[in-house]
Structures are given as C-alpha cells and as structure tokens.
Design a protein around this ligand. Structure first.
Ligand code: GAF
Length: 383
C-alpha cells in the first residue's frame, strides 16, 4: 500500500484537478503508561505509532473549506465561515473544521482551502486517529496561512479544537504525542506544567518489543463515560481542596476524606497510584532497565479495571492471555471501553503472544483481534 501522504496527494489531484500546496502527516499513538492522568494534571508516557494520517491542502481564494477523506470515501464536505460555530460540522469533517476554528480563534488568518485526508491510523481503536487528523490539519493550515506556531503550542490548540468545537472533553496527551513525539523515543509529559522529556526507547536493541493488540471490541458508552470519569475527578479534587488530583500529597488521607463515596475513592486511588507508576517507569527507563517495567504496566491495567472501571471483557481477556503466553507486562492503552492492549514482550515471543490472544478471543466468541509490533515513530511533519 502506498504511503498516506502519496494517497492524499493523488486524491487531491483526482478530486480537485491540481497539486496541493502542502502536505503534512501526523501519527497515532500508544500510551506506555499514565492513563486518565492527563486531565488530572498528571504524567503520561506515550510514543508515536508508525501509522500516520496525511492531509494535503491547497489554498482557495474564497473563505470556504472543502474536505475529502479516503476513510469512508464519502462525497466531499464543504463548510463556510458561518459553519465555524463549535459543533456545526459533525463527523470526521468536524475535526478539520475544529482546527480551522481554533486557529482563527487565536488570530491566525486561515485562508479558504481544499483538503484531502488519507490515513493508516485505525479509526475508533483508541490509537488517537482524531489527534493525528487534528495535528496533520494544523500543520497544513499553518502553511497555507503562512504562519508559524511553535510546536510546543500545538497540543493546547489541537486539544481546544477537540474540547470546544468537537465537544469531546479529552486531556492533552494525544495531541501532545502526535505533535511532539520523536522517533525512537517515548514522550514523558507533565500535563500540569507541560514540561517534556524525550526518553530514548530503542527497545528492539534490548531484544524487546511492544505488541499492540486491537481488540476490535466495539466502543461502548465512550463519550459519556469518559466525561463522567473526568467529572468525578474534578468533584473529588474540589472536595479535597486541590485544583487537580495530581496535587494529592497523601493518598491515605485523601481516601479517608472521601470515605463513604466508594466511586470517588476508587477513581482517586487509580489516578494517584497511576501517576506514581509513571514515575517508577521513568526511573527504570532512565536506568536502562526496560525489561523490568512489565509489572508496572500490568498493575496499571488492574487499576484501570478495578478502580477506574474503564475496561471491557475483551481488554481483560487480551491482557490475561498475553501474560499467560509470556508477556513481561500488559495493559489497555488509551481511554478504554474497547480499543487496544499493549504487551511488552521479548521479540522472539511476539508471534506466540499474538496467537495466544487470538485463541483466547476465539474461545470467548469475540471478534478476531489484529496485532502488530510498534516501534516509536516521529511526530507531525511536513511530507
Ligand atoms: C483518551 C483522551 F483523549 C486522552 O486525553 C486521555 O485522557 C486518554 O483517553 C486516557 O488516558 O485518549
């Protein structure tokens, strides 16, 4: 299959009879550890997938945007300035409208444009296809506007596009991963200060691999449940007298203060312990002890299953099967309620672990999962 940037270019020529002025690509991501911590001001540790989304763009001399995507191969969607009210454009085209809106809202004079989208990032699998689309669109539109926006400012702008225009109350992790990640590195991000550290993650050299298993479980109640988790955390933080759960200094004291509210107790316990697991993972990675992070990944999954309650049977079965087949650690990655699992495996056992998960899925009558080994790729870039 040709690269998404080539497909986006060809589609542009086919749809609009011209060559695009610019093409950008941006990756999907997996998160190694640090789940549901970003909107609590905590720590995350994602890396960019090799799979990318490409956006080819050409300037128009009127304030109108026509967008086409190979995903779904539907007819092009056109929106005008009047449609840049948050929520007006929905579906996949809404993510492009959201970025036009967010850029204009910060004072960037975005010209009218035609855009084509091609993507290798699986959609709806929790691998951040939305952030990849937002970041590739952002790069392309900045070029058309002749504007520069420091890369460090991309995550907040793309997150705002998604929060306000699309209406999804996500944190900043996915947009940060898609714009700031570097090849062969994981991105350690403090979601309160937005400070970053690029952590070398060349695990193939250590005989290790990250196996990504897409459970293909249909997403269940994703948006409502995600918003509910976020709300519970914010309410608990207010009761504990902190701005963000990240600031909880004494977990025992916090849980005592929330006694009687079992749900809040569980959610807070997950967030606080998960932040610590990210820090512990970083300590091991900085010391070159990657093969020892497995138990932290597995503990993260247990916490997401039991305390945060965002797993589904497919995710739990995939993790259990991967561990039984010799994975060093395994966990769901992303928002949950379906989506993907990652397993840290010895390179030579990647196939056996993938096969074990497939067999377990067959036994449970689940859909056939898809698996691939992911090496950390680069963030958003002009193609
Ligand atoms: C989704 C969100 F978009 C992220 O911001 C993050 O909260 C994640 O779920 C859970 O860690 O991917």
């Amino acid at each position: 299959m040709t690269a998404p940037e080539d497909r986006a270019r060809s589609a542009f020529a086919a749809e609009f009879g011209a060559a695009p002025d610019t093409v950008w690509t941006a990756p999907g991501r997996v998160n190694l550890i640090g789940e549901h911590t970003d909107y609590n001001g905590g720590y995350v540790l994602p890396f960019a997938l090799p799979q990318r989304t490409a956006v080819a763009a050409g300037r128009l001399d009127r304030r109108e945007w026509t967008v086409w995507s190979e995903v779904g191969r539907a007819a092009p969607v056109t929106f005008a300035e009047a449609d840049l009210e948050p929520g007006r454009v929905t579906g996949w085209a809404g993510y492009l409208a959201a970025v036009v809106w967010a850029l204009r809202d910060t004072g960037v004079d975005v010209p009218g444009a035609r855009l084509t989208v091609a993507s290798d990032v699986p959609v709806g699998s929790g691998l951040s296809s939305s952030a990849a689309l937002e970041c590739a669109t952002l790069g392309a539109l900045l070029d058309l506007a002749g504007s520069e926006l420091p890369l460090d400012d991309w995550p907040a702008l793309a997150q705002r596009a998604e929060n306000v225009y699309v209406g999804m109350p996500c944190g900043i992790m996915d947009q940060a991963a898609s714009s700031l990640c570097r090849a062969d590195h994981a991105l350690f991000l403090d979601c309160r200060s937005l400070e970053t550290e690029q952590v070398p993650f060349t695990i193939a050299d250590e005989g290790l691999a990250v196996l990504v298993v897409d459970t293909r479980a249909p997403h269940r109640h994703t948006d409502g449940e995600y918003a509910a988790r976020r709300q519970t955390c914010e309410a608990a933080a207010a009761r504990l007298g902190v701005d963000l759960l990240r600031e909880v200094a004494d977990l025992g004291q916090a849980l005592a203060a929330l006694a009687g509210d079992e749900v809040a107790v569980r959610r807070v316990r997950h967030v606080v312990t998960e932040n610590q697991r990210v820090l512990d993972t970083m300590t091991l990675l900085r010391a070159g002890r990657t093969s020892e992070i497995g138990p932290l990944l597995t503990a993260s999954h247990a916490s997401l299953r039991d305390d945060y309650e965002v797993t589904v049977p497919e995710l739990d079965v995939a993790v259990d099967a991967a561990l039984a087949a010799g994975a060093l650690g395994a966990r769901m990655t992303g928002g949950g309620f379906g989506g993907c699992v990652i397993a840290l495996v010895r390179t030579e056992s990647a196939d056996a672990v993938a096969t074990a998960v497939s067999s377990a899925f067959a036994e449970h009558g689940f859909d056939v999962p898809a698996a691939f080994v992911a090496a950390p790729g680069p963030g958003a870039a002009r193609a």
